[in-house]
Design a protein around this ligand. Structure first.
Ligand code: ADP
Length: 513
């Protein structure tokens, strides 16, 4: 048995490495930069902790959450690993003592926040430490393309200049598209890093999209078995509303959002962790660092803002490997609300992210494959037999013909207008704007008069998210063709839309002409 296997056994009690762990550790031990992309719970910590234990000197771990740092360090100390952390919550004496231990090589790992790297006193001490590795946790926070950008992460690459030892860098994240991965390598200035990407697939999770007539009724139905569940809502108000509904119905349920006091949050979190109240209703503020293995179901009561957050949140179900569910409630009202949030906020990629989620809700393809494709994993299967699309819970409606009508209308309007006006023309409206442009004379005017605005907009949203249309324009969103549009216009491509059979109010034959 080689030494890293012994270390794994001795400190962690595990007999074998998970995929990627050993090769990442070996690369680091050779002094090479490394990047590990592994899902939450995939075992990233061991990848830098074992090198830290093995090598002379000290590993600096940059971690974004103070609460996580303490838990990690407590865990390490309990296993007999010498580790410390620096946060502003410690007294100055405590901080100085930890720095002293670090400079005297009395600890193997030092956890710090990225903000600490902007502190000149700390940087001057760093020079006196024998830093053998810089491990960056949640490395996607350095990328503006990611979903969690933290400006303080930009201070990380300069730390190289403050170390006298030229340590390797190792970056870890659970969520990164190819683009974000490349950005991490560039921003952290990793040189020829060893990269390992674990499969993101979570075979024990059943993914479902439901389109409930009444969300509350559906929710109560799902929770009948009282299994441990997390219900994510988009606003504090919705969290409180859903929480009081469940409370009224007699559930042991807690809630969590950033408006609670920290004592309240800790209390609800612990009640959840120890199954005193096995159900929790929360905003996306809840969950980072929560390691509860028996969560049987994660329900998104509202549309999440992007695929990364969705997958990370949904992935909190079934960490024990037993069957668990990830259920997303879809409603067009949420699309409107999210659009508004995006308009009001200042998130450059929010619109694209929203389209990705809408596309996920609307696709007729295997949901698991859709997710894995998004993360550039491109699995070889077409059907997972374990999602609501593969299980036949959704009805596929072909919308190719409607798409042709919409595209042809956009073409005749010279690709200069947005969704609202295009929809009005397709429905045959005769308002002043339409008349002044002569759009009432177009052959496509009124060509979809039997559809509702929402049906047309749903199809446009689907085409946008499937890249058959592109949203351009400087001032306001204009729908333009992409290189794929002509194929659809000539029906060389078919497009299908899901109807969530059991849950939808049956509209009168909306998509057949
Ligand atoms: P991540 O940081 O990727 O979310 P962790 O490092 O916290 O994941 O690991 C998740 C869990 O998996 C921990 O309980 C950890 O002890 C366990 N684990 C990690 N590596 C192994 C392994 N090789 N064998 C068994 N369990 C492991």
């Amino acid at each position: 048995m080689n030494t890293i296997n012994q270390t794994l056994k001795q400190y962690y009690g595990y007999t074998s490495f998970r995929p990627g762990q050993q090769t990442i550790i070996e690369a680091i031990l050779k002094g090479r930069d490394a990047m590990g992309i592994m899902p939450t719970g995939g075992g990233k910590s061991i990848c830098y902790q074992i090198p830290a234990i093995e090598m002379e000197g000290i590993t600096l771990v940059i971690s974004p959450l103070i609460s996580l740092m303490k838990d990690q360090v407590d865990g390490l100390v309990a296993m007999g690993v010498k580790a410390g952390f620096l946060t502003s919550q410690l007294t100055l004496d405590e901080q100085n003592e930890t720095l002293r231990q670090a400079m005297n090589n009395e600890i193997d790992l030092l956890y710090v926040s990225p903000e600490r790297l902007e502190n000149t006193y700390f940087l001057s001490r760093l020079r006196q430490m024998q830093v053998n590795l810089i491990a960056v946790d949640e490395a996607h926070c350095i990328s503006q393309w990611g979903h969690d950008f933290r400006p303080s992460y930009q201070a990380i690459p300069a730390v190289r200049d403050h170390c006298s030892t030229n340590p390797p860098f190792a970056a870890f994240t659970a969520t990164a598209t190819q683009k974000v991965r490349e950005d991490i390598v560039a921003k952290l200035e990793l040189s020829n890093p060893y990269e390992f990407t674990a499969s993101f697939d979570r075979p024990n999770l059943t993914f479902s999209i439901v389109h409930p007539k009444k969300k509350q009724v559906k929710l109560l139905d799902l929770l009948k078995d009282k299994e441990s569940s997390i219900i994510y809502c988009n606003t504090r108000k919705n969290v409180e509303r859903v929480h009081s509904l469940l409370k009224k119905k007699g559930y042991d349920v807690g809630y969590y959002h950033a408006g609670l006091t920290s004592a309240e949050r800790t209390q609800y979190q612990e009640d959840f962790l120890y199954d005193k109240s096995p159900i929790i209703v929360a905003t996306n503020a809840f969950g980072m660092g929560i390691d509860k293995s028996n969560v049987r179901r994660v329900i998104h009561y509202n549309l999440p803002l992007d695929m990364e957050s969705y997958y990370q949140e949904a992935g909190r179900a079934g960490r024990d490997g037993a069957p668990a569910e990830a259920i997303l409630f879809y409603s067009s009202q949420d699309i409107i609300t999210n659009n508004l949030l995006i308009e009001q906020g200042n998130h450059p990629h929010a619109k694209k992210n929203l389209n990705t989620i809408i596309s996920y809700c609307k696709t007729g393809r295997c949901l698991r494959k859709t997710i894995l494709d998004y993360f550039d994993e491109n699995p070889s299967f077409d059907s997972c037999a374990n999602c609501s699309n593969c299980n036949g819970e959704t009805e596929l409606v072909e919308v190719t013909q409607s798409c042709q009508k919409i595209l042809s209308c956009i073409f005749r309007m010279d690709q200069q207008y947005g969704m609202g006006l295009i929809t009005d023309v397709l429905r045959g409206k005769e308002n002043a704007r339409i008349k002044s442009q002569g759009f009432n004379e177009l052959s496509t005017h009124g060509i979809m008069k039997d559809s509702t605005d929402e049906e047309i907009k749903d199809i446009i949203a689907l085409m946008v998210s499937e890249q058959f249309l592109h949203v351009g324009g400087d001032q306001y969103p204009i729908l333009k063709f992409t290189e794929k549009s002509v194929d659809l216009l000539h029906a060389r491509h078919q497009l299908f839309m899901t109807k969530h059979q059991k849950e939808t109010v049956k509209a009168k034959q909306p998509f057949t002409e």
